[in-house]
Design a protein around this ligand. Structure first.
Ligand code: PPS
Length: 287
């Protein structure tokens, strides 16, 4: 499908779900509440996995809410036009979602006591996930070839622009006590241990059985089988499930099945160049 992105303060958005006014509202007028928790991610980093985890924690491990209410209504994106109309129905403590980069995030957050959980993922796996997702979602440009998409991703010519800028922007918050960051890969390695850490960060006390329930109901299989979480309820002309599945593979390292040796070398070169001024290493680099 032919989609042309527009920019808001230099960041790409799709006209289908965003507008200049809506983004201006999200940045400058949206009122963050002190007991809000924000899931912030670059797209395809594990956003919905974290929504499911926090939905289950919010309900002390009881899956009834997750089994009956679509995931996007449980934790709307406050920068999308749909999300902005859905937020009024979210009961506190609100768990809200955003893919916004640091520099255009809701200003009122920075004077509040609200919390952010920032989820990151190996950008090579994000690229592969986004490539497949872009074929399904009417809001995103249909990729012509894997090589062209690689160039677009590395140069930030995709929705929400550059992964590098997103991570470098948000990671400045890493020492803030209201900011918790984690990777998709760490969630894969030890979901239970990280659910416990997330509960501590949020200030929620769950017993062992309740934590087990969070872990079981937030598994890839459970979410793939839950029509409230697997996005199959959306209309076909919005997300075309004949072209793929939102709950696609849910694994670490799928890039190895997609990248050529030359593409991998090129990606690594750009990655090293763009990340060299950031004095930290990421979990996926050590794997
Ligand atoms: S979006 O569209 O930006 O909100 O997408 P996002 O939710 O960030 O990322 C989608 C990818 O996350 C995978 N996913 C999971 N992996 C493991 N466990 C669970 N429970 C889970 N839920 C979602 C999903 O399959 C997408 O990754 P890929 O690699 O495409 O499979």
């Amino acid at each position: 499908m032919s989609v042309k992105y527009f920019t808001y303060k230099g960041v790409n958005f799709s006209p289908g779900s965003y507008s200049q006014e809506g983004l201006n509202f999200a940045e400058n007028e949206f009122q963050v509440q002190d007991d809000d928790v924000y899931i912030v991610t670059y797209p395809k980093s594990g956003t919905n996995w974290m929504i499911e985890i926090l939905s289950l924690i919010k309900k002390n491990g009881d899956p009834t809410w997750c089994n009956n209410v679509p995931i996007w209504l449980r934790s709307p994106w406050f920068e999308t036009l749909e999300g902005q109309s859905q937020i009024k129905d979210v009961t506190p403590p609100r768990v809200l979602t955003s893919h916004l980069p640091f520099q255009i995030f809701a200003k009122s957050f920075f004077t509040s006591k609200a919390k952010i959980i920032y989820v990151m993922r190996n950008p090579k796996d994000i690229l592969v996930s986004l490539f497949h997702f872009s074929k399904m979602l009417c809001l995103y440009k249909d990729p012509e070839s894997s090589q062209e998409f690689l160039e677009d991703f590395l140069h930030g010519n995709v929705p929400y622009s550059s992964w590098f800028d997103h991570v470098k922007g948000w990671i400045q918050m890493k020492d803030n006590k209201n900011f918790f960051y984690i990777t998709y890969e760490e969630l894969q390695q030890d979901l239970r241990g990280n659910v416990v850490k997330i509960c501590e960060f949020w200030g929620k006390e769950l017993n062992e059985a309740q934590i087990d329930s969070v872990v079981n109901h937030a598994s890839f299989t459970a979410m793939k089988d839950n029509k409230m979480s697997n996005y199959t309820l959306l209309p076909q002309d919005f997300m075309d499930t004949t072209k793929g599945s939102f709950m696609r593979k849910g694994i670490v390292g799928d890039w190895k099945n997609h990248f050529t040796v030359a593409q991998n070398e090129y990606f690594d070169k750009v990655y090293q160049e763009k990340m060299k001024d950031l004095n930290m290493s990421f979990f996926w680099e050590e794997m």
